[in-house]
Design a protein around this ligand. Sequence first.
Ligand code: 3PG
Ligand code: MG
Length: 421
Amino acid sequence: MKFLRFSDVCRSGFARGKRVFIRADLNVPLSPPTHRCPPEGGSAALGRPGDGWDDAGRITEDTRVRASIPAIRMALDAGAAVMVTSHLGRPTEGEFKPEDSLSPVARRLSDLLGIEVRLVSGWVDGGFAVGPGEVVLLENCRLNVGEKKNKPELAAKLGKLCDIFVHDAFGTAHRAEGTTYGIAETAPIACAGPLLAAEMDAISKALANPKRPLVAIVAGSKVSTKLTILQALAKNVDGLIVGGGIANTFMLAAGLKIGKSLAEPDLLGEATAVIAAMKARGAEVPIPEDVVCAKAFAADAPATVKAATEVADDDLILDIGPKTAARLAEKLKAAGTIVWNGPVGVFEFAAFENGTQVIAQAIAESSAFSIAGGGDTLAAIAKYGIEKDVGYISTGGGAFLEVLEGKTLPAFEILAKRAEP
Ligand code: 3PG
Ligand code: MG
């Protein structure tokens, strides 16, 4: 897909002195104001709420803020006047509440950039100052009336705020809202920021032109939420490793008993069709040969390794067994490309984490190009410390999943349209 890249715009010198509007995804988790945090370097034992405690919420995970820095720096280095905005949560349009403010994000951006980042509210009609070499953060864009539904009146105003619109919000690339779509239609120039471009490049490398064998891991509690992904991948991948509740439904489809494990018997037909589609192409969905069971869903529930054919009526399958994990690890080590979404067991509980840990380790050791995305997957990557050994870690949750489904995200559709001569 062809689209204009902000890096090329900057390289040409065109951004000098221009007003650049960057849509980032700075939708980061914040500690709720009710759980007040002690000041930096302090401890909960110090002071009482009110004396130096942070009332505004704190960023508990700042990957997305850090990921937004290259685009902002690129704009600054190119001599632009920089405006950045993002949504935070899902506020009611037109109703400002302190918890919806991007002010903690403005502070974090200031720290990371080493320059003051002013927070501007009520910005839709312009009238705020920003000069070359400056960065302003425009308050939560979902407070603007018309943002969610991408109303043309809002889009027209957004387009007038800038000379160059930069879409760098991959995490929101599956939404067609005012600041992710409307402004891309109305701004004089619309291009992809470095994060958006890198995500797209990594995903096309993995799915459009993969080095084979291409192996995907799709795990999670329900087949229903990932059925379209499984169906899309079944047409493309050489191996489709299923895990979690999804694997249980596939075990049922393979004629195995799963006790009282989480599954969706209604979707047996769909699971069978995925297995058949894969088989017809000479590809496979490996069904677990052993599993780790417990009688209750609890961290301290005694864990028993069983052959997949020996699951009892009162068993809950909470992980893949060691033989299955070793077999899958071999496949991953021999892969050319790996796409990973979802832990294969209840990796939050030590007794049921082995499968996910072995898979994570195999991905780390594999020479395959790997791409991973989704909240639980990122948590597993962090737990096993393999960040540096994964080819690309996506900042997208829903957006990453929609790409796996084979959808063209609105962000890319509109940027490609704007790039047409
Ligand atoms: C996310 O966190 O998934 C993105 O920021 C998109 O947010 P949304 O689901 O509220 O559109
Ligand atoms: Mg979401």
